[in-house]
Design a protein around this ligand. Structure first.
Ligand code: HEM
Ligand SMILES: *[C@@H]1O[C@H](CO)[C@@H](O)[C@H](O)[C@H]1NC(C)=O
Ligand SMILES: *[C@@H]1O[C@H](CO)[C@@H](O)[C@H](O)[C@H]1NC(C)=O
Ligand SMILES: *[C@@H]1O[C@H](CO)[C@@H](O)[C@H](O)[C@H]1NC(C)=O
Ligand SMILES: *[C@@H]1O[C@H](CO)[C@@H](O)[C@H](O)[C@H]1NC(C)=O
Ligand SMILES: *[C@@H]1O[C@H](CO)[C@@H](O)[C@H](O)[C@H]1NC(C)=O
Ligand SMILES: *[C@@H]1O[C@H](CO)[C@@H](O)[C@H](O)[C@H]1NC(C)=O
Length: 330
């Protein structure tokens, strides 16, 4: 719509312009797309980011896998009603903790590291200035960097939820038995497209999965390298028992690299949902091949998709709160 203001209407248009300005201000103040900013804590807590990085580096130094676990926490936060720290709330009479949802139970880990970061950051800021949701976003980035992956500027200014939903965690987090259509739909529901799916799934270039999450794949799937499945069957994941035994999600679980994609091309994806991205005929095969062959493009585009995921439905302005304890509502 265009408005042409002729000189005759000038006086009337002043009031009109003022109304328009008011409307713009109102919309931008209430909009849920209020942009986050990488500089959000520059004045209020200039040492926030270096403090988070220090604790993440120490935790990854102590246990490499922690980098993967922290990256996963941010994902599991963002896919359930936005990046709002809801995942971190412990169960109470009124909080149906997301930690008890199937994808998280006996699976999500790193909560003690988040507590440690929160303690140190609140000390550095002389008070609870940095939200738990922002801590998750920064810790995810620092974890990727610590394991040799790309860096990016993390948008900040998210606030923390005062509620959580186990049901929404069960419904919104994708499952390892999903096929491609289900994965695409799950990501689409979060405003993420096919390229984001292929990029963010490659987070499985680091970390581990339990036998129970890939048993069906290694005994029943046909699009799997037979030596790969045989080896997993004999060494890690028997037909029954050993549910919690771990296998690397790719061949180099401590390195953020393109091995995840190379493994998919060899039909050595660990999860059914991983191999779904490269099935020899699907809409994502070409993207997998492209990123397998071009680590620089993968690094750059992975960073963009992480920023995109981090922007999902944040609480801003006077919504939510800054928790003093990430496990509890203030
Ligand atoms: C595309 C759909 C996805 C599915 C179906 C999926 C599923 C899983 C499963 C089943 C595990 C193993 C859990 C266990 O053993 O208890 C896992 C681990 C992991 N996931 Fe995903 N995931 C997906 C996408 C993502 C995304 C988008 C990220 C991050 C951006 C991510 C990061 C991780 C990491 C880093 C681990 C290893 C965690 C650790 O070692 O502690 N995943 N995922
Ligand atoms: C905010 O702080 C970051 C990190 O210390 C720095 O890179 C950036 O230039 C600062 N931005 C502004 C606007 O001061
Ligand atoms: C170091 O990692 C081990 C597991 O490998 C864990 O049990 C321990 O609590 C960690 N220590 C610190 C200080 O994080
Ligand atoms: C959590 O609180 C927000 C904001 O008050 C509300 O919009 C949302 O519906 C609540 N979610 C649940 C699962 O109760
Ligand atoms: C997905 O979105 C990004 C921008 O966020 C865009 O560059 C890319 O081309 C999109 N991919 C598809 C398949 O639409
Ligand atoms: C393989 O598939 C069959 C038929 O769907 C099922 O009964 C069996 O439990 C599956 N085996 C494993 C190890 O998941
Ligand atoms: C792709 O190939 C797999 C077997 O490799 C088959 O099960 C699946 O139906 C095929 N999908 C399409 C869309 O052709």
């Amino acid at each position: 719509m265009t408005f042409v203001i002729t000189p005759k209407k000038k006086m009337a248009s002043r009031g009109y312009l003022f109304m328009l300005l008011l409307l713009v201000l109102l919309v931008s103040a209430t909009s849920s797309t209020t942009p986050l900013s990488p500089n959000f804590y520059n004045q209020s807590c200039p040492n926030a980011l270096t403090t988070i990085k220090r604790v993440v580096e120490a935790a990854v130094q102590n246990e490499t896998r922690m980098g993967a676990s922290l990256l996963r926490l941010h994902f599991h936060d963002c896919f359930v009603n936005g990046c709002d720290g809801s995942l971190l709330l412990d169960a109470t009479d009124t909080i149906d903790s997301e930690k008890n949802a199937f994808p998280n139970l006996n699976s999500a880990r790193g909560f003690e590291v988040i507590d440690e970061i929160k303690k140190e950051v609140d000390k550095a800021c002389r008070g609870p200035v940095v939200s738990c949701a922002d801590i998750l976003a920064v810790a995810a980035r620092d974890s990727v960097v610590a394991l040799g992956g790309p860096t990016w500027e993390v948008n900040l200014g998210r606030r923390d939820s005062t509620n959580a939903s186990r049901d929404d965690a069960n419904n919104n987090l994708p499952a390892p038995f999903f096929d491609l259509a289900q994965l695409i739909n799950s990501f689409k529901n979060q405003g993420l497209n096919l390229t984001d799916l292929v990029l963010l799934s490659a987070a499985h270039t680091i970390g581990f999965a339990r036998c129970v999450t890939f048993r069906n794949r290694i005994y029943n799937d046909s699009n799997i390298n037979p030596l790969f499945s045989a080896q997993l069957q004999f060494t890690v994941c028997p037909r029954s028992g050993g549910d919690d035994n771990l296998a690397g999600l790719d061949s180099t679980p401590a390195n953020f690299d393109v091995s995840y994609y190379l493994n998919l091309i060899q039909k050595k994806g660990l999860l059914h949902s991983d191999q779904a991205l490269f099935n020899g005929n699907g809409s994502t095969d070409a993207l997998v091949t492209q990123y397998a062959l071009n680590p620089r493009a993968f690094y750059k585009d992975f960073a963009s998709s992480m920023i995109k995921m981090g922007n999902i439905n944040p609480l801003t302005g006077n919504q939510g709160q800054i928790r003093t304890n990430c496990r509890k509502v203030n």
